[in-house]
Every structure is written in C-alpha cells, then in structure tokens.
Design a protein. Sequence first.
Length: 370
Amino acid sequence: MHQSAETTSHLTDLIYGSLFGECDWQRFLDAVAKTSPDGKAALHYHDLASPVAHVPFISGFSDAEVTQFSSHYAAVNPWIPRMNSVPVGQGICGDQIFDRRDLIRSEFYNDWLKRQAGCETSIGVSIIRESTRTFILSTATSSADLVANRKAAERYTLLAPHLKRAFDFIKKGELVAPENRAARSLFDNLGAGIFYVSERRRLRWSNTAADSMLAAGFPVRLRSDGKVSIFCPRSAAALELLLVRGAGQSTGPITSFVRSDDNADVFRLTIVKLQSSPLTEFLEGPTVAVIAEPTVVMPLKVRQVAIMENANLTATEVKVALSIASGNKPRELAETLGISYETARTHLRSIYSKLGVNSQVALAAQLLVS
C-alpha cells in the first residue's frame, strides 16, 4: 500500500512537472506504462460520430499497433461504448465493464489486443467527456489478475482530478496568454478584425474590431447555427482545410480579397493555422486565425470629397490613392478593384502627377497624416 501511494505521488508530480515544463508528457506516460506488467499506455480520444480513434500520445505501442487500432479495431473495441456509463474520473479495468468470457471470443481481443499488442486487458479513466468525445488515459497490460488491475484502476481515480486540472489549465492558458492580449490591442488599433476559429467552426475568440464586423455581417458572420461563415469562397475553403486535425501543418498563410456587393468595403483576408502545443491540439483541436483587414485605413467616404476637391482626383483615383497609401501593392490593388495591373499603374502615375509626389511613402504622408 505504501509503495502504491509513492507511485501515485510520483505520477502526480510528473503531471505538474509536465504542465510547467520541468519534464514532458512522454515521461509521464512512460511512468504510467511501467505501473502495469508489460504496460502500454496511451492518451487518446474517441469521437462517437466517427469510427476512427485518435491516439497521438503513446508509450510501448508500436506505430503499426496504433495504426491498426485507430483505423479499425477502435470501432469494434467493446470497452469504448461502455466507458460512457462510467463516471468521469473513475478508474476502471476492462473486466469490470465487459465480461472476460465474451472479450476472449471477440475480434478485438483475438486479432488486436492479444495477437498484436500481446496484452490481456486494459485499465483506463475518462478525464474529460464532451458531447461527442471522450478523452481517456489507458494502459493495456499482459496481466489478467482482476484484483491487481482493480488496484491499478484505483490509482487512475486518484490521478484523474490532477490530469483534468492540468488539461483545463492548458486549454485556458492558450487564450489568456499575454501575447494574445497584446495581439488584440494591436489589431484593434489597426482596425483589423481577428477571429480564432475552432475545429467545428465555432468562434473561440475575437477582438473588438472583429466584433464590429460580426455585427455588420461582413466579411465574416456567425450563422444561425453558431458557425463562422466567410464571404469569400477561397478563404472559406482554406478555413475548412486547416481545421482538419493533422492537415495543413506546413501550409503557410492564405490571403485573398473580398468586396461587398456595392464595392464600398474591401477586405484583405488572411487565414493561418495557429501553432499550438501537441497536447493543446489534442485537447482543443486546431485553431485557425482569420484576419480581416480593411484595404483602406481611413473610411473612404470621410476623405473622398476633400481629396477630389483639393487634388482633382477622379473617384477611381481616390480609391487607388487611399489603397496604395494603406500599404497595398499595385498588383493587390488591381485584384481588389477588379482592374488590370497596367490600368492600376496608369491611375497611380496620374495620382503622383496631380499630388506632386513620386513615392508611396510621400503619398501616404500627404493623404493619411492629419
């Protein structure tokens, strides 16, 4: 009993050590595996809407064993459906929720658990349970000793609240980090909206400018079902791609432009997958940032009349001048206004001549500095 208490204390220390960077989660999982004979441990989750399991953190299992489990045997695992009847945080061994006599006659036992993994049963605990997903810590073991396995399950019960506390800390920490607060202020000052979108296209976080755009319903809106919708097919497709778990890891930012129906508002949209720790993505799924920047830093209607009167610019030249002064390149401007690159250059030469400037910096100084 004393040895069991020491083991639980050591594992608890490893949980908090992993959380605060003194060690890593692999070390914790390796230590968990060693508490059972021939133990093979995993942190994994099961989505009840999909037959495929997700097992990103393992100790002792081979890649082939995990691949076979994830792609097929998870769907015929007799323990998974019954785990939902076990309270969250209560450790359990497989024989307590599914009769062993039935287990040893199953495809799951004969073709995977025994033949591939070399194990007899498993001990586990549900750490977090959502509407369709259950996050589980489990260890497959070669021991069929029900008394010993129940004692191991009791240890999992003691570890569960510490794991949940650590995971909650990780999930919250991503969104309240100082750099995110600084980013919110920066984007607000630029008039740019930033939206953090979760894997189910739910809005996870937004700044003040983004909230104003949502209220206006353009270029990003919230549908009646609560999902984020973008008024740009290219950006919408990019968002769907990057929200798939395991996809788009090396995909760089994707940029496009979207115009309102009356062409009064033009936004540059940037879609980029945020870099999260592996454990955060395991718990939360991917987070994708949608950045919506107005292509004119000052409202066009506020400055258009004064510019046209003072410099004799045409209405199109006003749009070109403000867009270029806002930092857009001629090719970006052409795409934004739906004109050719050469036409954009012609307008720009006319603007420089009328305003007596010869550079984008000089143009910005004259038009945008009060």
